[in-house]
Design a protein. Structure first.
Length: 75
């Protein structure tokens, strides 16, 4: 399973894998997930925070680039 919000998918801190499975013994929806690639455990809320951070970074990058374009001298 993938943890995604909009177009952004959370990935494993350790190996970058985007597929997770619920940790053993977790009920649905699982609050703790295990990376499919390396087996690292990750809390669902931590993955959602990672997506929130990525969303903010993308928004900042977009603002930066539009600011830079505005500052650029006209050709
Ligand atoms: Zn992993």
């Amino acid at each position: 399973m993938r943890i995604c919000v909009g177009h952004i998918t959370a990935c494993c801190d350790q190996c970058g894998c985007e597929d997770f499975q619920p940790a053993p013994g977790e009920t649905t929806p699982a609050q703790e997930l295990v990376c499919f690639g390396c087996g690292l455990r990750a809390a669902r809320c931590a993955l959602l925070m990672q997506i929130a951070d990525a969303t903010v970074r993308r928004a900042e990058a977009f603002l930066d680039s539009s600011r830079r374009q505005r500052k650029a001298p006209p050709r």
